[in-house]
Design a protein around this ligand. Structure first.
Ligand SMILES: Nc1ncnc2c1ncn2[C@@H]1O[C@H](COP(=O)(O)OP(=O)(O)OP(=O)(O)O)[C@@H](O)[C@H]1O
Ligand SMILES: [Mg+2]
Length: 322
């Protein structure tokens, strides 16, 4: 079976004056998949979304969304997608309901069908009660939910969400996550950008980690985590034992341990999947290190992210073979 890609880009480049926002971004999102585009501030996430949603055009490279070229067939792309941006397009003077109805009309989604759809979406995002007051009186989370509702008016084939939950409280964030899951469950392809690794872990089938305008790594959340192995942490009885413990951990992992003198703790990346906690404790014990506590756990995506983009304070693993 051949994979059909809802989003496929090759070598996308974009400059803003001297700023090289994208430097050859390749993306491939299979139809029906949820792709998390992860990256720090300024990595190029919003620029990628703007290019893919035809809001701006690339300086080099090409992209197809829902089978259409984003430059030559921009209108067809726009008809197939929904977008919610980092800067919301809601009119504060209009009520939530009026905003949605206005968007529906702009999308040529007229008459009762547009109104029914607007009401359905208000209900779905918990905005029915607030539906008739001006959107400027909404909280940040409510505005974001309304913005997402607007992006869903047409049941898009491909939905782009640029940092959909930044700044939201856990409850609002969960509502958005639920909505994304539901859409994906019905076959909508979703490309979402986020700075929250947990969010990508929760929602995405695949993650593309972008750094300085390029894909630095890609894979499933589990693959990205396995790339960097686990993390071992050892607490020793006295500070004077830290050095001996560090020597043992260095030998066992080949990675440079990080020492926290105040808490008498040593942490080290343990990329070897065969290294077990009992072995670590045995070796420390054999070297006469008084261990109080020891743990070996999988890395969080935050650790993976910091290390894979070379921004961690721990030694990065060797670049994996492509
Ligand atoms: N309209 C613009 N004019 C000038 N520079 C821009 C413009 N848009 C983006 N940039 C620059 O391009 C780079 C990438 O920006 P982009 O907004 O794509 O990053 P991002 O990954 O979305 O960051 P954030 O997490 O802060 O939203 C940044 O250096 C930014 O300053
Ligand atoms: Mg952005």
């Amino acid at each position: 079976m051949t994979t059909t890609y809802a989003v496929l880009s090759e070598g996308l480049e974009k400059h803003y004056g001297d700023v090289h926002a994208l430097r050859g971004l390749d993306l491939a999102v299979a139809e029906g998949a949820v792709c998390g585009v992860l990256g720090p501030n300024g990595a190029g996430k919003s620029t990628a979304v703007r290019l893919l949603t035809t809001l701006t055009s690339p300086d080099a490279g090409s992209a197809r969304v829902a089978g259409h070229d984003v430059v030559r067939e921009a209108a067809a792309v726009r008809a197939a997608i929904g977008v919610t941006g980092q800067s919301t397009s809601i009119d504060g003077e209009l009520s939530g309901r009026q905003n949605l109805r206005l968007f529906a009309r702009l999308l040529r989604f007229r008459g009762p069908a547009g109104r029914t759809r607007a009401d359905e979406l208000l209900e779905r995002f918990g905005l029915t009660e607030a539906a008739d007051r001006p959107a400027r009186t909404y909280s940040g989370g409510m505005r974001r939910r309304l913005d997402l509702a607007a992006g869903l008016l047409t049941r898009p084939q491909v939905l782009f969400l640029d940092e959909p939950t930044t700044g939201l409280d856990p409850h609002s964030r969960n509502q958005i996550w639920e909505a994304v899951r539901e859409l994906a469950g019905r076959g909508t392809t979703v490309l979402l950008t986020t700075q929250y690794l947990e969010e990508a872990d929760q929602l995405a089938d695949d993650i593309v980690l972008i750094d300085r305008g390029r894909a630095a790594h890609r894979g499933t959340p589990a693959e990205l985590k396995s790339l960097i192995g686990g993390y071992a942490e050892v607490v020793v009885a006295h500070e004077s034992a830290l050095r001996a413990a560090a020597a043992v951990l260095d030998r066992l992992t080949g990675a440079e341990p990080t020492l926290d003198h105040e808490h008498r703790t040593i942490g080290v990346v343990a990329s070897d999947p065969t290294l077990t906690l009992p072995r670590i404790v045995r070796e420390l014990d054999a070297a006469g290190v008084p261990v109080i506590d020891a743990s070996l756990r999988p890395p969080t995506l935050d650790e993976a992210f910091l290390r894979l983009t070379g921004r961690g304070d721990v030694r990065a693993p060797k670049e994996p073979a492509a």
